[in-house]
Design a protein around this ligand. Sequence first.
Ligand code: ES4
Ligand code: ZN
Length: 326
Amino acid sequence: SVTDSFIAGLPKAELHLHIEGSLEPELMFALAERNGITIPFDSVEAVRAAYDFSNLQDFLDIYYAGAEVLRTAADFRDLAVAYFDRAVADGVVHAEIFFDPQTHTDRSIPFATVITGLLDGMADAEARHGLTSKLILCFLRHLSEEAAFATLAEAEPWLDRIAGVGLDSSEVGHPPAKFQRVFAAAAEKGLKRVAHAGEEGPPEYVREALDLLAIDRLDHGNRSLEDAALTARLAREGMTLTVCPLSNVKLCNVASMDVHPIDTMLRQGLRATVNSDDPAYFGGYIAANYQAAARARGLSRDDVVTLARNSFLGSFLDDAAVAAHL
Ligand code: ES4
Ligand code: ZN
C-alpha cells in the first residue's frame, strides 16, 4: 500500500485550485478584523460547521460569501502565500491556480488589486520555496457572456502574466456554448483554455467544452464516464482531467470515496490527475486527496506515480520544464 510519506514526498503539480477556495476560516477572521468587517460567524469552529454541502450551489453560496473579506492587494497576497506554503508541505513544486476576478470586481475591488496581490504571493513562493506557478482567469458561468467579455478586457494589461482562461461556478443551465465567443477571443490573445465540465453537468457539456471552447484541459470531467464514446475520445486525444476526489464527495457528486472513479479513469486510459479544488472548504489539500483516493480505491505506488506524472504532462509548463520534472 501507499504511505502518506510516499505521497507527500512525490513531486507533483496542482492543476485545479481555486485560490479563493483556499481561504481558511482562521485567515477569514484575521482579514475581517484587519478590514473592519463583521462576518456572520462567532468562531472558526462555527465556520467549519457550516461547511456541510448537498451540491455545488450550496457550496458556492458560502464560498462567495467568504470571499467578501478579501479587499486589499495585501489580502490577496496573504491568501496566496498561505496556500503556497501549505502546498509545498504536500510536495507541490508547480501550481496553476484559478482566480475569479468577477467575484471581486462586482464588489468594486479593482482587477489590479486582485492580480497584483496574487502575483506578489506567487513571486514570494518562488523566492522562498522555488515553487513555480501560473494564473488562470476563470469566468463565472452564471453571469453573462457580456460580463465575461468585460472581464477579458480588464485583463488586457496583464495578459503576459495570465496563462489561460477557465470557466467555473454553477454548471447546470450554463453550458459551455454560452462562452464560445469569449473563449475564441481568449484563444486569439494566445491564452490557454480550460473549463469545468461534467462535474454536475451531463457528458454533452464535456463535448461542448471540447468542440466549442477548444479546451486544452478538462476540469473534473467525471460524468464523461457515462458516455463510452466520449471516454474513448478523451483517452485518444490525451486530454488531461483535473479530478478532485474530496470535492466530489463533499459536494455529493460521488456517493463516497469508496466508489470514486479515479481508478476507473486510469484503467480506461484517461490522463487523470488529482487536485484539491477548494481545500479550505472540502477538508484537505492535495496530499490528502491522493491519500483518500489511494486508500479507498486501492491504488498502487505505480498508480500514484502515474497521477503525479500526469500532473506535469497536463501542465502548461514548456516542454523543457516538463521534462525536468519527469
Ligand atoms: C468550484 Cl468545485 C467548483 N465547481 C465549480 N466552480 C467552482 N468555483 C469554486 N469551486
Ligand atoms: Zn473547481
